[in-house]
Design a protein around this ligand. Sequence first.
Ligand code: C5P
Length: 380
Amino acid sequence: MARLLIKKGADTEVAMTANATRFITPLTFQALTGRPVSCRSFDSSDEDVMAHISLAARTEALVIVPATANIIAKMAMGIADDFLTTLCLAVTSPKIVCPAMNVRMFQNPVVQENLRRLQGFGAIVVMPGCGDLACGETGPGRLAELPEIIEAIKSALTVKSLAGKKVLVSAGPTREMIDPVRFISNRSTGKMGFAMAAEAHRRGARVFLVSGPVTTPRPMGVTVVEVTTAVEMRQAVLDLAQDADVVVKAAAVSDYAPAEQYAQKVKKGLDEETLRLIKNPDILAELGRHKGRRLLVGFAAETEDLLAHAREKMINKNLDLIVANDVSRPGAGFAVDTNIVKLLYPSGRIDDIPLKSKEEVARDIWDRIVELPAPRGPIQ
Ligand code: C5P
């Protein structure tokens, strides 16, 4: 966990209880974090006798991982009899508690009651998973997976600028079947749309994600609707867009689908074959025509004349914002974890977002979306 936090750029300091030092030496954490490890209150060797207060003041998130039944009980009751519990009382920033213990201990009503009490005080509890426990038993009690804990920390540190809003995101490619084994598609992996959905969730929105076939891991806390074709995507998006406040269409929808879909695998035949294609519905344009009070955000992936093409799409589809990315640039577009985009507004304003991770780009885009003026059209 400490290593992962450092890798993600978090300034990480470790505080340990006396019992924790029997499992891992403080020196291990000190070597890992490059910071002194706090264990005892009023340590005479420590120059800063008020270390728990100064550490509390610079703590932006306090993560108790793993949280034993003992520390949970102490935190729930406000007991402060060592460095860590004193720190817990002095920290005013978000506290994320990640229980890990024997299944029967975890299920004990007193532990459950203490966790509820902690939640009542505003702590975030990342529930343990089920599985094999250190004691040899099986059941709930296993420390939550680290990515889930990281997500809880990120969420706790995010201002809830979308609280009470419903957000719909589309992502990934569509697949247009030619026969049972072949299809037309594109290189979209859904990463940018998934990052948009994850960030909307962190900001407190109810998030629905309509995704084409991808292998990208699902964002946590988001309702995912899987679709294959553009026609299926249209149906799912139109249904979910009804009462949405913001629709973000990051999907790479196939413009065309085969005119005929063969029931059986097509056999090799002539030297030359022609595939007839028909145009797919333009989902975003359809939403733009019946815009109502929804904010509509589109994406434009281009390989040439980026700004001109993106502006044209923004106007034709009646969008409030379009995110233009030049997919021919290294570090941008399909199948990479980074992106370089320009945000175009109907007013003519253009914001440049330089090379960043898709997660950071998503944050920048949402920072802009939440500031957009609400469309004044009738509710559709
Ligand atoms: O495909 P195009 O470049 O026009 O995509 C621009 C925007 O329109 C994207 O936000 C995309 O998700 C959306 N779109 C759509 N339905 C289509 C094609 C594109 O909603 N059939």
